[in-house]
Every structure is written in structure tokens, then in C-alpha cells.
Design a protein. Structure first.
Length: 293
């Protein structure tokens, strides 16, 4: 079972010249030497220009603003919410979604993390009230009270993000975050007011894209997008068929393993069904935990 002890990093969030979205933003730590104490430290990817790292916000996944050239409904809303809550205003983007102007240019913050993900991003919670946060470099037990103060928890409570737990997420954190997401769903906040993951039409990219496509779980959106590309390239099977086939190549593990209600591991292809252009995701979105790769 993953332990809830995380290390605090004081530093600054930075957005100028970056492409933040609703669940990822860049951070410059005051004490980067402590990064070597984290799990998968050999994967870390630090910008040579400004010393920043791209964070992966723990426990959440927000609608995509840029998955290659593609996006989802409500993606920009999630991004703008995160930037506003982080204290950035007057944010200007260019056509590529890169921030060209913001006030202030940087914002003090505290990141709580214990590991990098396989792509070299610290798996992090973000705190803004640093005066009442753990000291820089301190390992701390992140309890429910501290967790609820993070931007991660607040985004779930507002319905800006989908709950996305991994087996590396501490169980105590999962319970707290799941409760916040469940309350948001019951109140039809944010994504929950329009979510169609349970059953939706997949005819082309527009059917799951902005402005009027179906809003679905971002991880499933990414799989559907890659599947549509494969179909354009000649693949003749269903989405579940493609999940199995794509993973068999070993190049990209598209057929994610997950736990449903804490039971035995199953592949995503086992909870995805397709009949003609109709896709069904048969697992409850608050009942799944993805197996960390």
C-alpha cells in the first residue's frame, strides 16, 4: 500500500512561454537537489532554460486542451480555472495555446510529491498557502485536512476535473478525493453535468471534440483519438480490438490495466464495448483505479 508521506518543495509556478492545462503546470523548485531523493529520479526532466519541471497533478485528469492538434469540450475552462486559482490573471495565449502574457509572471507555491511518473513529471499536489505548509524539503504525512487545501482537491470539488486514481495513490488520499468527486457528481457540477462516458457516439474526431462533441473521460478520449487515427490508416476492428492490438506491439501500452471496485486487474478493453458507432464504458468512473506503469 502506498504511504501518504510526501516531500515538500517550495518554489514558483511559471507560465510564460509554457502550455499549461487543467492538470499540468510548470514549477521551479527552490531546492532542486532534493529531487534526487524521489522515486524514479533518473526520469526527471528539468528545463535547461529556467530550471522548471512539468508537474502531473495527482488524482485528477481534466479535459484535454491539446492532445496533438485535438481537444475536448471544457478543456480551456479547466485550464483557465487552474490558472485563476493559482493566482494568475490577464493571461494571454497565442494560437498554439502558449502563454505570452500573465500577471504575475510567477507565483509562489508548495508542491508535495514523492515520485516522478514514467514521463519524468513529479506526481504532485499543489498548495498555495505556503505560510501554513510543510517546510521546504520536509517529508510530511499528508492527511485529509492538508489534502483538501490542495488545488487538486479543489478542482475535484468544483467538478473541473475527473477523478483519476492510480495504484501509487495512497489509499487514504483516494478515499478523500473520491468523496469530493462523488459530491461534485451528485450536485452535477462541472464535467458531471455533461459527461457522456457511459455511452457516446464515436463517428469522427468532432464527435468527441469541441464545441459540441461528447465529453468523456480524458484517458478514454486519448485512446479514442489514437484509434480514429488507426482507422484512417486502415485498421478495420473495433476500439476494444485496437486497444488489444496496439498494446501487443509493445510500443505504447494503450490497453490500460485497472482495478474496478478493488477487484482483480482487468484491461480497459474488458470494460469498453462497441456496437457500430456507439461506445459504452461499463465501469463506474468513481470505482476504477489505474495500475501505475
Amino acid at each position: 500500500m502506498a504511504a501518504p508521506f510526501l516531500r515538500a518543495f517550495h518554489g514558483e509556478l511559471t507560465v510564460i512561454g509554457k502550455r499549461p492545462d487543467g492538470d499540468s503546470i510548470r514549477f521551479i523548485p527552490d531546492s532542486p537537489e532534493h529531487l534526487d531523493d524521489l522515486q524514479r529520479a533518473d526520469r526527471k526532466r528539468i528545463s535547461k532554460t529556467d530550471g522548471s519541471l512539468q508537474l502531473r497533478l495527482e488524482g485528477i485528469d481534466t479535459p484535454e486542451t491539446h492532445y496533438g492538434p485535438h481537444a475536448q469540450p471544457m478543456g480551456e475552462r479547466a485550464r483557465d480555472w487552474l490558472l485563476e486559482q493559482a493566482g494568475f490573471s490577464d493571461v494571454v495565449f497565442n494560437e498554439a495555446g502558449t502563454v505570452t502574457q500573465a500577471s504575475p509572471e510567477r507565483r509562489a507555491a508548495v508542491v508535495l510529491t514523492k515520485a516522478f511518473d514514467p514521463n519524468g513529471r513529479p506526481i504532485s499536489y499543489v498548495l498555495l498557502d505556503e505560510d501554513d505548509a510543510p517546510a521546504d524539503g520536509e517529508w510530511t504525512d499528508v492527511d485529509a485536512e492538508l489534502l483538501r487545501r490542495t488545488l487538486n482537491a479543489r478542482s475535484l470539488s468544483e467538478g473541473v476535473a475527473y477523478l483519476t486514481l492510480y495504484t501509487s495513490t495512497p489509499a487514504t488520499h483516494g478515499r478523500t478525493l473520491r468523496a469530493l468527486a462523488r459530491e461534485a457528481r451528485e450536485e452535477d457540477r462541472g464535467v458531471w453535468a455533461v459527461d457522456e462516458t457511459g455511452e457516446f457516439r464515436l463517428a469522427d474526431q468532432g464527435s468527441i471534440g469541441p464545441p459540441d462533441g461528447a465529453l468523456i473521460l480524458p484517458k478514454l478520449f486519448r485512446r479514442c483519438t489514437d484509434y480514429l487515427k488507426a482507422v484512417e490508416g486502415g485498421f478495420a476492428g473495433t476500439l476494444p480490438d485496437w486497444l488489444v492490438a496496439a498494446s501487443a506491439t509493445g510500443r505504447r501500452p494503450e490497453n490500460d490495466l485497472l482495478l474496478v471496485c478493488g477487484e482483480t486487474e482487468v484491461a480497459m478493453s474488458a470494460v469498453v464495448q462497441q456496437v457500430n458507432q456507439r461506445i459504452r464504458f461499463t465501469a463506474g468512473l468513481l470505482d476504477i483505479v489505474f495500475v501505475e506503469k
